[in-house]
Design a protein. Structure first.
Length: 326
């Protein structure tokens, strides 16, 4: 159920929507598939964001990626405004006044189209979620013309990207209970532990992996008191089950990568397409989410009926056995 559970006011600790159809976007094509067996890029990570009750995980992940890239390039850390990105990503689809999750490429497109101001110009205040950033924030926004985003085709490509120092946005539909179990340890349980529970759409910034432990290393957006100082490790098998390959996005100076090139539409063309079709894309994503919710409810009702029938049959067998014994 890509999108996450929400309360009546639309608040959520998750907040990712899955694209309902193919989206015009560049892809990263690799000329060589050599990679490391373990990567840990946390030394370039900025302080972990805390989205609190806003469904702004995509905006947090994209801002974390931009801050990562600035630090990696040798620049001092600058705290960028998550709320600015969250507002302009919703503006693309005319949803500024709706407290709702985002499509991942809407957050990246918003950055390319509107830039990002510093957090001090538009700080993360929950009661300002539907306010338009002030003109001063727009005037002071920083452009990231040297940064590109592109889809990856597989988790193997994500490992190649990470091996070259490029972080990857992962769109996941993991049941929220897996994250709850990792709140103190930072390690999500193996697949199967909570598969019977509702799924929650969430985006994290993956900054490493380890083939020995078979886990991804991800920067979450729930503050540094959660998990492993804000990071977590996601088992390969769990990610494989709950990650959509169309929601794997490399973000960085992709044009300068040694063994990869951008293919398909340019970033500028992708941003223009998003600006023109964002409304339809969100509507399709919400329709898809509704269909998945209905399917999940129907499955749960079916499972409940089956459970009741099985209990009745068991009771009948017990009564029959008792009658024979008597």
């Amino acid at each position: 159920m890509f999108g996450g559970k929400k309360s009546g006011d639309g608040s959520s600790r998750f907040g990712a929507l899955r694209s309902g159809s193919s989206v015009l976007a560049p892809r990263l094509e690799f000329s060589a598939r050599g990679r490391e067996t373990t990567v840990d890029l946390r030394r370039f990570s900025s302080p972990v964001e805390n989205q609190q009750t806003l469904p702004a995980c995509n905006a947090c992940a994209v801002v974390s990626a931009l801050e990562f890239l600035m630090i990696k390039s040798g620049k001092p850390h600058v705290d960028l405004s998550v709320l600015y990105v969250y507002w302009y990503a919703r503006k693309l689809a005319g949803n500024e006044k709706k407290k709702m999750g985002l499509l991942c490429h809407h957050a990246t497109a918003a950055v390319m189209a509107y830039g990002v101001c510093e957090d001090k110009a538009w700080p993360y205040k929950l009661d300002k979620w539907d306010d338009e950033p002030p003109a001063q924030a727009m005037r002071s926004s920083q452009r990231f013309d040297a940064v590109q985003y592109a889809r990856l085709s597989s988790s193997d490509e994500a490992k190649v990207s990470l091996s070259e120092g490029v972080p990857v946005l992962f769109g996941l539909d993991i049941p929220g209970a897996y994250y709850d179990a990792a709140a103190t340890t930072g390690l999500l349980p193996d697949v199967g532990a909570y598969d019977h529970l509702p799924m929650d759409g969430h985006t994290v910034l993956v900054v490493g992996f380890d083939d020995a432990s078979r886990t991804w290393l991800a920067q979450n957006s729930w503050g540094e008191k959660w998990g492993e100082r804000g990071f977590c490790r996601i088992p390969y098998e769990l990610a494989a089950k709950y990650t959509w390959n169309d929601e794997l996005w490399a973000i960085g100076a992709l044009e300068k990568m040694d063994h990869a090139r951008l293919v398909g539409p340019s970033v500028a063309q992708a941003v223009q397409d998003t600006q023109q079709n964002a409304v339809a894309q969100v509507n399709e994503a919400m329709k898809k989410l509704g269909e998945e919710i209905r399917e999940e409810l129907e499955k749960r009702v079916g499972d409940a009926k089956l459970s009741v029938r099985e209990r009745l049959q068991a009771q009948e067998r017990e009564l029959e056995a008792k009658r024979k014994k008597d």
